[in-house]
Design a protein around this ligand. Structure first.
Ligand code: ATP
Ligand code: MG
Length: 191
């Protein structure tokens, strides 16, 4: 089983590269952001709760997010593994992921950290906001999300480094070059 954590700040390209990794390795894509946006669209109670946090640029509380992830994992029938996009975003979430995988006799194979300078992140997100109308891709919320990333999510880099699972990739430039770097890491880790 190949369990990849794709990591990076908002706008780092996790979703874009995940799609390519899915094509190449046949793993299942779990994007917690996409899961939450689907719930908002359906108008469920969970969606309503999530919407409040997302529009404020805040994270959904860990206990709720961990429950959601457990449900999504349970819904996967047969799989070669998973690419986790947007989860974990906090240390408690990373601990929970290890536990959820251990219960299934699995573990995280690698954590791939897409490194992108902040100015490029902001430009990408503003552009995405214009093109897709995504509610949290406006200047004010982007600033909050980047702050949340630095305080709550960034410490995961050290956490995965301690476990020898952290691999940094330059997350800007040609999309194909980024993918090549990611694949080299996955191929080495799989051996
Ligand atoms: P990218 O552009 O790289 O895909 P992103 O940060 O712009 O990343 P999503 O991953 O789609 O966007 O997340 C959007 C929002 O959903 C977050 O700002 C947060 O409010 C919520 N969210 C998603 N995943 C989590 C999580 N694991 N824990 C808490 N909140 C989450
Ligand atoms: Mg995304």
């Amino acid at each position: 089983m190949l369990n990849i954590v794709i990591f990076g700040a908002p706008g780092s390209g996790k979703g874009t590269q995940s799609e390519r990794i899915v094509e190449k390795y046949g793993v299942t894509h779990i994007s917690t952001g996409d899961v939450l946006r689907a719930e908002i669209k359906k108008g469920t109670e969970l969606g309503q709760t999530a919407q409040g946090y997302i529009e404020q640029g805040q994270l959904i509380p860990d206990s709720l997010m961990i429950n959601i992830l457990g449900c999504v994992l349970d819904s996967i029938k047969e799989s070669k593994g998973v690419i986790f996009d947007g989860f974990p975003r906090t240390i408690p979430q990373a601990e929970a992921l290890d536990k959820l995988l251990a219960e299934r006799g699995q573990k995280v194979t690698v954590m791939i950290d897409l490194e992108v300078p902040e100015q490029i992140l902001i430009a990408r997100l503003i552009n995405r906001g214009k093109q897709t109308g995504r509610a949290d891709d406006n200047e004010e919320t982007i600033k909050k999300r980047l702050q949340v990333y630095h305080t709550q999510t960034y410490p995961l880099i050290e956490w995965y480094k301690e476990k020898n699972k952290h691999y940094a990739v330059k997350g800007y430039g040609e999309l194909d070059d980024i993918l090549t770097d990611i694949c080299a890491i996955i191929d080495t880790a799989q051996k």
